[in-house]
Design a protein around this ligand. Structure first.
Ligand code: SF4
Length: 432
């Protein structure tokens, strides 16, 4: 392979850890910390990024550290947005399955990591690449008896057999969809097709259901992708609106039972006529708003159509998507907190799932007063404009929606609207 023969393991790790940082489908990347003046110029401890260590969150909310690397950053494909594309002349490296399995175990034993996130460029063919990843996971699971968390990214175009094999070894699998349409893929990732990304998703969905049924009958039956599947969408590289992205996410959650869709603000690393200019800042605020809207789809019973439509195709930068919806539907407010049902309470800005449940529970005992809402956890500076409490409107002003939009404008949104305020490393804070 080109340029990989003389590298030692740590050089490979440095190249392949760095090459993996653009994939956000396992949540955040490691933080990058410059030297602190107080430490002088000597070596310092604890900087996880060069070794490719990132953090993810388990279902029970625990933060787990993962070794996030590529099997190789050599790639036969030429996706125009990707740092690892075939035509780029960046340093290349490749692990052998034994090297990567041994390295993961070494890091695990030293308590650096609790699991592995593994992705790869495409070498020779999708199935050949998947074969290398399967071999690595087999070594980890069988030879080293590693029972920790493993998240694997499937290679587009891999055979169903390869997807099945990896699904029995990994906890979570993601097939990155990258864009909403075949047209965008053709333009920016010509070797990929939507069908070849969606079919493994369907396979994983079906096999997971079967595996869950089998598990009900015998706890010894092998588990298939027990942590569920996820995907990643690149935001801002193709000419796709938030309306298209959110509708696609909704379909993925409904039709493919996805656990998560991750949104990755496009970071310009290549020049290409089909891409935004390399000087343009990553659309961080847009990514942030998409995460907020995604949260509303998953936990607040909103539909994509309610949040955006053909006349209103992009999420508002000034206020968060729930506030924006409430302001566009202002005639539905104010709602009486002592009477409104759970679904109605969920739609009030400043009332979350937990506070809505607490309101329902507390008002069984007695009528709620305005002061009680603060104790319950309602964010009153927002909610106050949308609620009545015991028939009284407590807001300092009764404003028209346009004026209210200014009052409710998100400070974080205002700050982030200025790209100069945001460094690429800050992306990590927002992705958690
Ligand atoms: S397949 Fe495309 S996105 Fe993936 S590593 Fe290769 S060039 Fe990059």
């Amino acid at each position: 392979m080109r340029g990989v023969v003389y590298l030692d393991l740590m050089q490979k790790l440095s190249i392949l850890g760095e090459a993996a940082r653009y994939d956000v489908s396992c949540a955040s990347s490691g933080s990058v910390r410059g030297k602190h003046a107080a430490l002088g110029n000597g070596p310092s401890l604890g900087n996880a990024a060069p070794s490719g260590i990132c953090h993810s969150w388990s279902d029970d909310g625990r933060c787990i550290s993962l070794l996030k690397v590529l099997m190789t950053n050599l790639c036969e494909y030429n996706c125009s947005y990707c740092i690892n594309r075939k035509d780029n002349d960046n340093p290349k490296a490749a692990f052998t399955p034994e090297e990567l399995a041994a390295l993961t175990m070494e890091f695990y034993k030293r308590n650096y990591i609790e699991g592995l996130f593994l992705s790869s460029g495409v070498v020779k063919s999708p199935d050949h690449t998947m074969g290398l990843m399967i071999e690595t996971l087999t070594l980890l699971r069988r030879k080293y008896c590693f029972n920790g968390y493993i998240h694997v990214k499937t290679i587009p175009g891999a055979s169903p057999e390869a997807v099945m094999a990896i699904g029995y070894l990994a906890d979570r699998v993601s097939a990155n969809i990258e864009f909403c349409t075949d047209a965008s893929l053709k333009l920016l990732a010509p070797a990929k097709e939507l069908g070849s990304i969606l079919s493994p998703m369907a396979l994983i969905r079906d096999r997971r259901e079967e595996s869950r049924d089998n598990f009900m009958h015998s706890v010894h039956s092998p588990r298939f992708v027990p942590g569920g599947q996820s995907t990643q969408v690149i935001v801002g590289a193709a000419n796709e609106r938030d309306y298209h992205i959110l509708n696609m996410s909704e379909r993925l959650y409904k039709n493919y039972s996805l656990k998560r869709v991750y949104y990755s603000a496009y970071i310009p690393v290549n020049t290409h006529p089909n891409l935004p200019a390399i000087t343009s800042a990553p659309p961080i605020l847009r990514e942030h708003r998409l995460y907020q809207a995604d949260f509303l789809l998953r936990f607040y019973r909103f539909t994509a159509q309610e949040l955006l439509d053909k006349d209103n195709q992009d999420l508002d930068f000034e206020v968060d998507p729930k506030c924006d919806w409430a302001l566009r539907n202002y005639e539905r407010f104010p709602v009486e907190v002592n009477k409104a049902d759970y679904d109605t309470l969920l739609r009030v800005p400043g009332i979350g799932t937990l506070s809505a449940k607490r309101i329902i529970a507390a008002r069984r005992m007695s009528r709620l007063g305005f002061e009680d809402l603060k104790k319950i956890g309602v964010i009153l500076k927002r909610a106050v404009y949308f609620i009545l409490c015991d028939g009284r409107f407590h807001a300092p002003y009764d404003l028209e929606p346009d004026m209210l939009r200014g009052v409710l404008a998100d400070k974080q949104g205002k700050l982030m609207a200025s790209p100069l305020q945001m460094r690429i490393e800050d992306l990590n804070v927002l992705r958690v």
